[in-house]
Write a protein that binds this ligand. Structure first.
Ligand SMILES: Nc1ncnc2c1ncn2[C@@H]1O[C@H](COP(=O)(O)OP(=O)(O)O)[C@@H](O)[C@H]1O
Ligand SMILES: [Mg+2]
Length: 251
């Protein structure tokens, strides 16, 4: 069964039809790329899937749950998590603290309630251990005690990724995670994403137009043009598809 199933999703702003009957099936533990020229509807599609916007028509099912009418927070609670183009960490907190407060579910709450010191201690230790493990994976361990505002742009993207993992995400949606990041760090970010995807079985849907860097890491590519999926499949086939070539030249 697909992890995420999008069927007939439509969205318009006034008379402007931005998503025009989108159908997509995404399986667990795979890395998906969403491409398309400027204004083709990529960000809107991610906003609709993540519950930030409600579709006008169609259905979105995630992990067996109908999330079509759910808002951002309820969708988040199902394990479908969107990261932000501009990272939004709590700037004065350390990297480690940013991770700890991103921890999802009840343990995070008991952290705040803390009625019993012993329970609190156990949760704290477990959450900290998990944070350290994730920081190791995304290579932020050496920076764990510095305020997140002192991280570089690329490291802040990694922090966003780590926070999504802390929340227990099953699927992570990212809008241009390597925008403005130098090629070396951009490759490193994708290498980490692949590792997380395969090792932790987390599915990624990533908007990325730096195809020279991104495509080699992708399992499957969706090409969007004027609100429609015009091609999907392996990267080579999709970027050589006549309609895809034309949509880029036309844009
Ligand atoms: N909140 C909004 N209100 C009105 N129009 C919007 C809104 N968001 C996006 N659009 C329009 O939808 C179209 C697709 O935008 P977007 O999804 O951002 O494209 P992409 O991310 O592929 O560049 C554009 O024409 C844009 O102007
Ligand atoms: Mg966009």
């Amino acid at each position: 069964m697909a992890l995420l199933s999008v069927s007939g999703v439509t969205k318009h702003f006034g008379g402007n039809v931005v998503l025009d009957g989108i159908d997509m099936e995404l399986d667990p533990g795979r890395l998906y790329n969403l491409i398309g020229s400027n204004g083709s509807g990529k960000t809107t599609l991610i906003n609709v899937i993540s519950g930030m916007l409600r579709p006008d028509d169609g259905k979105i099912v995630f992990d067996g749950i109908d999330v079509t009418a759910k808002g951002l927070y309820d969708t988040f609670d199902t394990g479908l998590v969107r990261t932000w183009q501009t990272p939004q960490p709590f700037v004065t907190l350390s990297t480690l603290e940013n991770f700890v407060i991103s921890s999802g579910g009840n343990p995070g709450e008991s952290f705040l309630k803390a009625p019993l010191k012993s329970t609190w201690k156990k949760d704290e230790q477990r959450i900290t251990d998990k944070a350290l493990e994730i920081m190791e994976i995304i290579n932020l361990i050496k920076r764990k005690d510095i305020p997140s505002q002192n991280l570089s742009g690329g490291q802040q993207k990694l922090l966003e990724l780590g926070r999504a993992m802390m929340s227990g995400a099953k699927m992570i949606l990212m809008d241009e995670p390597i925008a403005g990041v130098n090629p070396t760090l951009a490759h490193e970010i994708f290498e980490r994403i692949v590792k997380i995807c395969k090792k932790d079985n987390i599915t990624f849907l990533i908007i990325e137009h730096r195809l020279d860097i991104a495509l080699q890491y992708m399992d499957h590519v969706f090409a969007l043009n004027r609100g429609k999926i015009i091609a999907e499949g392996e990267a080579d086939d999709v970027i050589n598809h006549p309609e895809v070539i034309e949509s880029y030249l036309g844009g």
